[in-house]
Design a binder for this molecule. Structure first.
Ligand SMILES: NC(=O)C1=CN([C@@H]2O[C@H](COP(=O)(O)OP(=O)(O)OC[C@H]3O[C@@H](n4cnc5c(N)ncnc54)[C@H](O)[C@@H]3O)[C@@H](O)[C@H]2O)[C@@H](O)CC1
Ligand SMILES: Nc1ncnc2c1ncn2[C@@H]1O[C@H](COP(=O)(O)OP(=O)(O)O)[C@@H](O)[C@H]1O
Length: 455
């Protein structure tokens, strides 16, 4: 606890070096104890603190009680009220032990921290955030840049990076408390920037694979063109578009895209991206696609078709037995349909939902949304750390499907292809110039990414 307190104090001083008042809001458990220890350290270093305590000193766990006693012995009072002005707030109300939504004075304190415009540093976890799932019992609201920080102790928690976690925690710092946890298996991994490998000079378009996009039913052809454009810009060798609307004209998209009758495609030799704007028309082709595609990305209406025809899931299992790569890219509603549940249940535990689907269907699953989860049957799930709410606009999922297709076509295994494509897709949105309008069609042309070529 002393180490946690000292680390919190150091970070507080770095975040607000000229703070005239640091408010430390302490709760009834060891998270509060970390707050007491931080307050003591800050006072030792000459900082002015106001400490509030929402709990009962007689019922503090022993380490927290020690820290509380040391604070009292140093003559640091517990303030009856939160300060009117503060330059930094330290949220040490609830950490891992939060068992219900904060109420009463604790809730008022959290609201005060969120609305005063001063930065907030949460110790270990933002109060009310579930460490495993990223569900928050407190509305995290929206904060400006640099206003929310979380110092995660001992381990990084999955909930900081998915669902509501990214809004609640925002900037995540990590201190391992000096403990060696190398032997503890992780619940999830955070992928870093994928390796940037250059293409060998001695390569040709056949070296990077063929992608065929099958989708684009009447009125929805744009989705298929978006996926195809993204696949092309992401580096696929050749990209074919098999529209389900025979009559639709080809837009003035990239000239390099090749239009084909979807029934004439050599599926066995291609990476097929199926479902983008497919409507129910995709149903007529899906069994053949599932049976024959060399590798497959199933998105949108392809996933919905699978929900309507549970018998076709067997074809996915057969693909797995034949070691044919398959990646499903559901958003939470599509995942809910496949799991026969609702969106709320999927969002309540995104890691579990993605893993359950991956196991049930024997393929890699990308559960999209803030902190996309990538799960494969026999691998630790990944939580993608890139991306932002710019992506919350129509068509960006089609772009992702095309990017995953290009990555698979280049020879990457499904888990790596999905992880790398999701990473670059998010990174493109993160690096988007503030003065440039964002749209899925613009994004599709930025899909040129650092996808590593096959080993
Ligand atoms: N190995 C560890 O577990 C470590 C724990 N540390 C700290 O200890 C924290 C966990 O401590 P605790 O397990 O004591 O848990 P917390 O400090 O999160 O709180 C648990 C207490 O809060 C009460 N409580 C739960 N929900 C409440 C609500 N909504 N309103 C009011 N009271 C509520 C519980 O009845 C219990 O008394 C970590 O988050 C971290 O800050 C760190 O010092 C580092 C090491
Ligand atoms: N708030 C957000 N933060 C990060 N990524 C997001 C956010 N909203 C959407 N995305 C990403 O944008 C894409 C949207 O996909 P999807 O919902 O299928 O849209 P569409 O069907 O319109 O193409 C996904 O990759 C998703 O992860």
């Amino acid at each position: 606890m002393r180490r946690a307190g000292a680390a919190t104090a150091r970070l507080a001083m770095a975040l607000a070096p000229h703070a005239r008042c640091i408010w430390i809001a302490c709760g009834p458990g060891n998270n509060g104890g970390d707050g007491f220890a931080a307050a003591l350290e800050l006072v030792r270093r000459g900082r002015r603190v106001t400490v509030t305590f929402d709990g009962d000193a007689q019922r503090l766990p022993s380490d927290a009680r020690d820290a509380f006693d040391r604070l009292c012995a140093a003559g640091i009072p517990i303030a009856p009220e939160a300060p009117v002005h503060f330059d930094l707030a330290v949220d040490a109300l609830l950490g891992l032990g939060a068992s219900r939504a904060p109420g009463g004075r604790m809730r008022d304190h959290l609201r005060r921290m969120q609305t005063r415009g001063a930065p907030v540093l949460a110790v270990d976890l933002p109060s009310g955030l579930d460490a495993d799932t990223g569900q928050s019992s407190v509305d995290p609201g929206v904060a400006g840049p640099g206003l929310r920080h979380c110092l995660s102790l001992l381990t990084l928690k999955p909930g900081l990076f998915t669902a509501q976690g990214r809004d609640a925690a925002d900037v995540v710092w990590f201190y391992d408390l000096g403990a060696d946890r190398a032997s503890v298996p992780p619940d999830a991994r955070l992928p870093g920037r994928p390796a940037h490998a250059s293409r060998p000079h001695d390569s040709h378009k056949g070296s990077f694979g063929d992608v065929a996009v099958i989708g684009g039913a009447p009125g929805m052809t744009g989705a298929a063109w978006l996926a195809a454009t993204a696949a092309l810009h992401a580096g696929a060798g050749r990209v074919f578009v098999g529209l389900l609307d025979d009559e639709a004209p080809s837009p003035a998209a990239d000239d390099a895209l090749m239009r084909r009758n979807p029934r004439s495609l050599a599926l066995d030799r291609m990476t097929v991206v199926c479902g983008c704007g497919g409507g129910t028309a995709v149903d007529a082709l899906l069994p053949e696609v599932l049976s024959r595609a060399k590798s497959l990305v199933l998105d949108a209406d392809g996933l919905n078709a699978l929900g309507r025809h549970p018998g076709w899931r067997e074809l996915l299992q057969k693909r797995a037995q034949a070691h044919r790569a398959t990646v499903l890219t559901p958003h939470p509603l599509e995942a809910a349909r496949l799991l026969e549940t609702d969106t709320q249940a999927v969002q309540a535990d995104r890691l579990a939902a993605a893993s359950q689907l991956a196991h049930a269907l024997g393929c890699t699953v990308v559960l999209k949304g803030s902190g996309s989860v990538i799960a494969s049957p026999d691998d630790c799930p990944r939580i993608n750390p890139t991306g932002n709410a710019r992506l919350a606009t129509g068509g960006t999922g089609d772009v992702l499907a095309g990017m995953v297709g290009a990555a698979l076509a280049s020879g990457l295994d499904p888990q790596s292809a999905a992880t790398q494509a999701v990473w670059w897709h998010g990174a493109a949105a993160d690096g988007w110039p503030a003065d440039r309008p964002f749209s899925a069609s613009q994004l599709a042309r930025q899909a040129g990414l650092g996808l590593a070529p096959p080993a």
